[in-house]
Design a protein around this ligand. Structure first.
Ligand code: SPV
Ligand code: MG
Length: 325
């Protein structure tokens, strides 16, 4: 009998509930998700900022929720570690959240993080005056609706409190966290845009162990991870660093090739093609072709014949309608 591997939802729930500090690394497409997994991370943060940036649009819900779903499906198909989707505000009301949760479960996405702002949202670091908060009661209904909609008991819903981002202070952050916790949130993400960790540490000191707490230290990046561990946080999200490293690297390569009109100086600096093929698991397709295609035929041409409704000739080429591939 095959050993059963835990579901992705179960893996994410365990990670969030573990007494150890855990880490989620940002990814924004299938390739970066595979890179995160290969680096050894136990889970992936499907970042709204990074996915929208990779699509060339703003982090203001310019990409529709079904477009986000499509991106995260590629990420999920290509990896075994669980994915927590940054689901922004849930793309609508409680009903949108119910539908989102069902669609994520169908795609084997392990959880979703929902933030208590208004649709369309603005990235939390762009403009502190452009961060209107949702009514806490209305948001509590979204969390409850999401929890009621999930089919798998272990699907994770993280409630993200934006009160500190919006300048509403610690008491409001705690009040909201309590409301979302009561509504069934599996964890609270407390977000802060300060350059130090004081706000999130103060929140954690007051919150104690009522539920797991997730943080995103993009702005307080200089705080040693040991501080987070000692404070008892559950999960740290490294939220956008693959997108940003790719961006810096792509811009430098484009500049260099543009200026030199040559590839000679970049070849050694970029990933070799064999690494691209490895990440795509090109070998698996070769093994599958050996197993499933008729022996002795030219594989792509045989497939082309079938598509074109023609018969392969003696040499494996189509007799009619031969297409160049
Ligand atoms: C994201 O990665 O899209 C996040 C985190 O929501 S942040 O950009 O810090 O708001
Ligand atoms: Mg986001």
């Amino acid at each position: 009998m095959k050993p059963t591997t835990p579901r992705k939802t179960t893996l994410l729930k365990r990670l969030i509930r573990s007494p150890e500090l855990s880490f989620l690394m940002e990814a924004h497409n299938g390739l970066s998700a595979r890179i995160v997994e290969a680096a050894g991370f136990a889970g992936i943060w499907a970042s709204g900022l990074s996915m929208s940036a990779a699509l060339g649009v703003r982090d203001n819900n310019e990409a529709s929720w079904t477009q986000v779903l499509e991106v995260v499906e590629f990420m999920s198909d290509g990896t075994r570690v669980p994915i927590l989707l940054d689901g922004d505000t849930g793309y609508g009301n409680f009903n949108s959240v119910r539908r989102l949760v069902r669609k994520l479960e169908q795609r084997d996405v392990a959880g979703v993080c929902l933030e208590d702002k208004l649709f369309p949202k603005t990235n939390s670091f762009i403009n502190p005056t452009a961060q209107p908060l949702a009514d806490a009661d209305e948001f509590r209904g979204k969390i409850r609706a999401g929890k009621d909609a999930q089919q798998c008991d272990d699907f994770v819903i993280v409630a993200r409190v934006e009160a500190l981002i919006a300048g509403w202070g610690l008491d409001e952050a705690l009040r909201r966290a309590e409301a979302y916790h009561e509504a069934g949130a599996d964890a609270i993400l407390i977000h802060s845009a300060r350059p130090d960790a004081r706000e999130v540490l103060a929140f954690k000191a007051e919150w104690g162990g009522r539920s797991p707490v997730v943080i995103v230290p993009t702005k307080y990046y200089a705080t040693p991870t040991e501080v987070f561990r000692r404070a008892g946080f559950s999960v740290v999200i490294w939220a956008n660093h693959l997108l940003r490293s790719a961006l810096a690297s792509m811009a430098a390569t484009a500049r260099e090739i543009f200026t030199r009109q040559s590839l000679a100086t970049v070849e050694e600096k970029v990933a070799p093609l064999r690494e691209v093929f490895r990440l795509q698991d090109a070998e698996e397709l070769e093994r599958a072709e050996a197993r499933y295609l008729p022996a002795g035929r030219d594989a792509p041409e045989a497939a082309g014949c079938a598509r074109d409704g023609a018969r392969p000739g003696a040499n494996g080429c189509c007799e009619v309608g031969r297409r160049s591939l």
